[in-house]
Design a protein around this ligand. Structure first.
Ligand SMILES: CC(C)(COP(=O)(O)OP(=O)(O)OC[C@H]1O[C@@H](n2cnc3c(N)ncnc32)[C@H](O)[C@@H]1OP(=O)(O)O)[C@@H](O)C(=O)NCCC(=O)NCCS
Length: 381
């Protein structure tokens, strides 16, 4: 949009604006390509683990076996929450889990001895600690709000399996753990999305990692960003049967409402992360004798086909919600699961920002009233 009088070009929503360089994530929205540190998301989803991918994101290279083992030990050793944090979680137990998570991560800053140390080494260490602590908060809150005691972290389970264990109180099947692990790999990092940009804005003021991640959690909680998976499941329940999908989409588009799990600021082709969760939904819904979920989702995709020409395709969240549902995870935990996977991504974005920092402070173009004389209160009518 260009203002005729002053030739100010306004890029609403910062669409298409490059504000920095990053060596972490490559996205080609037209081709539907995503790479972390040069490695295709497909290779990582199929062959890597969350731990290995987190190491890659934080350190720039895939680890050797020894390095991976050492990193895994650090993650496991960091599976601890300060005792007062459980009281804080109890005090806000009835809030949405994202609000609880934001509050608890903010509170963790009071207990981290290195909170104010913004060196790269310390920020990476804190990122490792938060990677382990965020799933513990989500798990502990879920137990507490259901009147149950939090489950102590397992000293042996992998990251994804331990998260499911802390949520449910029993170790997950290998298949369930693998699917959650893949989900976390897919969500680990995604360039300058709204929450990572938020984290960078906060870091650009020389604030610390806890402040940046607290703010990022706030940004992620909205339905245009992390909340989509929750809304996709609500949509699937509302549609109820594949035969109703076309009518549902017609009604939504008639009201000019977005269909959840479709569209993306960057991708014009299908979000490359979607196919891995689609495969998960197909397998899981058949195995669990609930094939209707896969059928409903595919019928919605079919009904949305005309919009694909205009670059509106499924995104990663379209299939993720049904996977969580089939695992018996309630809808309000879908966004927190996204957050659990995203901590390494937020951390590395903050580290990059701090390494070459500049205050992020764009402009708004004033279009309010011109200069006016101040009228004393008693003279106003
Ligand atoms: C993600 C999202 C906010 C991106 O928004 P954006 O980059 O600002 O894109 P726009 O809203 O400008 O959309 C561009 C066009 O595609 C259409 N469109 C975008 N998302 C759509 C959706 N989910 N369903 C139907 N049409 C959609 C818009 O109506 C618009 O059409 P128009 O030019 O005729 O008005 C948006 O696609 C959306 O709300 N999606 C649903 C929520 C979701 O799944 N979010 C998770 C993202 S990972």
């Amino acid at each position: 949009m260009t203002d005729a009088k002053e030739t100010v070009e306004i890029k609403r929503g910062l669409k298409g604006v490059y504000f920095e360089r990053s060596a972490t994530t490559f996205i080609d929205g037209r081709a539907g390509e995503l790479r972390y540190r040069g490695y295709s998301i497909h290779d990582l989803a199929e062959h890597s683990t969350f731990e290995e991918t987190a190491y890659l994101l934080l350190n720039g290279e895939l680890p050797t076996a020894g390095e991976l083992n050492e990193f895994d030990q650090r993650l496991k050793a960091a599976r601890q929450l300060p005792t007062p944090l459980f009281d804080i979680i109890r005090a806000v137990r009835d809030a949405h889990p994202m609000d609880v998570l934001r509050t608890a991560v903010s509170a963790l800053s009071a207990f981290d001895p290195d909170v104010a140390d913004n060196s790269a080494a310390s920020t990476l260490d804190k990122g490792v600690r938060l990677t382990s602590q965020v799933p513990m908060i989500v798990g502990a809150h879920h137990r507490i709000r259901n009147g149950l005691e939090p489950v102590p972290a397992s000293p042996t389970l992998g990251h994804a399996a331990n998260f499911l264990y802390m949520l449910k109180g029993e170790p997950p099947s290998d298949d369930a753990a693998k699917l959650m692990d893949t989900d976390m790999i897919l969500h680990a990092e995604h360039g300058s999305n709204a929450s990572s940009f938020t984290a960078r804005v906060v870091a650009s003021t020389d604030a610390n990692l806890h402040a940046a991640i607290t703010a990022a959690i706030g940004a992620l909680s909205g339905p245009a960003h992390g909340g989509a998976a929750e809304n996709v499941m609500k949509m699937a329940l509302e549609v109820g049967d594949a035969a109703n999908a076309a009518e549902y989409v017609k009604r939504k588009r008639g009201n000019r409402e977005p269909v959840m799990g479709f569209g993306h600021r960057v991708y014009r082709a299908e979000d490359p992360r979607a196919r891995h969760m689609r495969a998960g939904v197909e397998k899981l819904s058949k195995e669990m004798g609930q094939p209707q979920w896969y059928e409903i989702l595919q019928a919605i995709v079919e009904a949305m086909r005309p919009y694909s020409r205009h670059g509106v395709n499924v995104n990663v969240d379209f299939y993720a919600g049904v996977v969580y549902h089939l695992h018996g995870i309630p809808e309000d935990l879908f966004v927190p699961i996204f957050a659990v996977g995203r901590v390494p991504g937020w951390t590395i974005q903050v580290v990059e920002q701090m390494a070459n920092n500049i205050l992020i402070r764009p402009l708004t173009h004033y279009n309010g009233p011109g200069p006016r004389a101040y009228v004393p209160l008693n003279d106003r009518i």
